[in-house]
Ligand binder design. Structure first.
Ligand SMILES: C[S@@+](CC[C@H](N)C(=O)[O-])C[C@H]1O[C@@H](n2cnc3c(N)ncnc32)[C@H](O)[C@@H]1O
Length: 499
């Protein structure tokens, strides 16, 4: 079947790569190299956006959804420890916050042990190494709760658990596997198709640049590439795998000429993972994605966004077709997402068997969820916001004690803390301790322990402030303000001799 070129090639540009299937393009190799080269610095200094998917609010939402799923299983007589596997876990902050949220809920229930095994994975082995040595995970490692593994969605294999020193297949649960995926499906290989006149066409991509790159595998090249698209007709069984061909056909037919982005690597990886739990799986995913048919129809080209690395909108409608065909269902918020579509999918599990899960998803996501919380923080950030101490405490509780929310309240706190009553100050100090407990250090520019110390002084707590400044000293090294404040706190803490 012939390829149809659509644009006249720009004679001033050189071809870096000729037309090929989207998922096989050099784009995805460069993307992997971008993350491999950056390591944790891609987040601490490199500006990869992550706050929306790695704050305490979204972690608490996920913990509540996983707990609801567990209660449904228990009610059905299938009480056992769940294995929760996180894909593309990046710097590890979400994993830490999720474990804390699960642990707080456990304490509130008065249970002795966390009812999950949490396996953090990423395609970049350097990140796995970094989590293994991170002090924040030590209590969870000692408690046998957390494990770490390399897992590449493009080449799914049996994940080797670094703590248990066994492959996942050997500790695989009899019950369903829970998979969490934040901002990962948007950067792993996808394909693109269109259906016209009952025929399927594949959208191929060619890459051009102003000059021949010295190193074709340098991720810097991503920012210099121009993409061209062409079409070729392909058979309906293009993947020769019904698990992929059937959902593609369902999506392409209803897309009515729009460009269907098809998450081939993600679905193949989920098919692989489902193999460890008898095909039963819960997927909880959040991404720059969409699930309504009109959002699929309105695309006329692959919607790639470059920002150092790149992201592609995630077609969660294709996930729904895949999961429904595998005897499951999808839960969507329903509204058109702006930044983040948070979705739940069940595989080989009857939706009627999960009333708690459906209720919790509705309450925690559809009726006001992680994206709405993010909108709130965005709007507070854009104005001059001087909340009272009581207002700040309310926002901190809503945020599940988030450091960025504390920073948004800072100017108001500095203004209002000195006149606050002792009772409010006591509440505020307790809130600072909870923000500290959520802290996951990756060496970002903002020195949170210093900030906590500074606010503690304003709240009249010099002993607490001293402990925060000493932590700042240990993590960020000496600086004039830290040394000065340590001296100030010590001076305050010296007992005044009785006359
Ligand atoms: C945008 S970051 C998201 C990190 C984190 N989940 C968050 O929400 O901020 C994407 C992560 O996916 C990982 N990744 C990229 N390609 C992957 C692949 N093929 N398999 C597994 N992980 C991959 C990257 O190393 C990176 O940690």
């Amino acid at each position: 079947m012939d390829e149809v070129p659509e644009q006249d090639p720009d004679p001033r540009q050189v071809e870096v790569e000729g037309p090929r299937r989207f998922s096989e393009s050099l784009l995805f190799t460069l993307q992997r190299r971008f993350f491999e080269r950056g390591g944790v610095a891609a987040w601490s200094t490199g500006g990869v956006p992550s706050y929306i998917t790695t704050n305490p609010f979204i972690a608490r939402v996920y913990a509540r959804i996983v707990d609801a799923f567990r209660r449904d299983l228990e009610r059905a007589g299938a009480a056992e420890r769940l294995t929760v596997l996180e894909l593309g876990a990046g710097p590890g902050r979400f994993g830490y916050l999720f474990l804390r949220a699960m642990d707080e809920a456990r304490q509130a229930r008065g249970e002795r042990e966390l009812p999950i095994r949490y396996v953090m994975t990423d395609g970049n082995p350097a990140l796995v190494h970094c989590w293994r040595g991170h002090a924040a995970f030590e209590p969870f490692v000692d408690g046998g709760v957390v494990d770490f593994a390399h897992f590449d969605l493009g080449h799914p294999a049996d994940p080797w658990l670094e703590v248990a020193r066994r492959p996942l297949s050997e500790v695989a649960p009899r019950g369903p596997l829970v998979v969490l995926a934040n901002y990962v499906f948007d950067c792993v290989p996808q394909d693109a198709f269109e259906c016209a006149g009952g025929r399927l066409h594949e959208v191929l991509v060619s890459l051009f640049a102003a000059e021949v790159p010295e190193d074709r595998l340098d991720p810097e090249l991503l920012s210099r590439l121009r993409l061209e698209f062409s079409r070729r007709e392909v058979p309906w069984d293009v993947y020769r795998d019904p698990a992929l061909d059937a959902p593609l056909a369902a999506c392409a037919r209803e897309a009515d000429g729009g460009t269907v982005m098809f998450p081939s690597a993600a679905l193949a990886a989920l098919e692989h993972l489902a193999g460890y739990s008898g095909g039963r799986l819960l997927l909880l995913a959040a991404d720059k994605g969409y699930h309504r048919v009109e959002e699929v129809r309105e695309r006329s080209e692959p919607d790639i966004v470059m920002h150092g690395c790149f992201s592609l909108g995630v077609n969660f409608r294709a996930f729904r077709s895949y999961f429904e065909r595998a005897g499951g269902t999808a839960l969507f918020a329903g509204h058109r997402p702006d930044y983040l579509d948070v979705c739940v999918f069940l595989r080989n599990l009857r939706p009627e068997g999960f009333p708690e899960l459906r209720r919790t998803f509705r309450e925690q996501v559809a009726e006001g969820g992680p994206e709405d919380y993010f909108h709130l923080t965005q709007s507070l950030e854009s104005g001059s916001f001087l909340p009272t101490v009581e207002e700040s405490l309310g926002l901190l509780r809503l945020s599940a004690f988030d450091a960025k929310t504390l920073a948004l309240c800072r100017a108001g706190l500095l203004k209002h803390l000195p006149e606050a009553s002792e009772a409010v100050k006591v509440e505020f100090r307790a809130a600072l301790r909870r923000v500290r407990a959520n802290y996951y250090h990756i060496g970002e520019g903002v020195d949170l322990p210093f900030e906590l110390g500074f606010l503690s002084i304003h709240a009249g707590d010099h002993a607490g402030a001293l402990a925060y400044f000493e932590e700042s000293l240990a993590l960020y090294g000496p600086s004039e303000p830290t040394t000065f404040n340590i001296g100030l706190c010590r001076q305050h803490l010296v007992p005044v001799p009785e006359a």
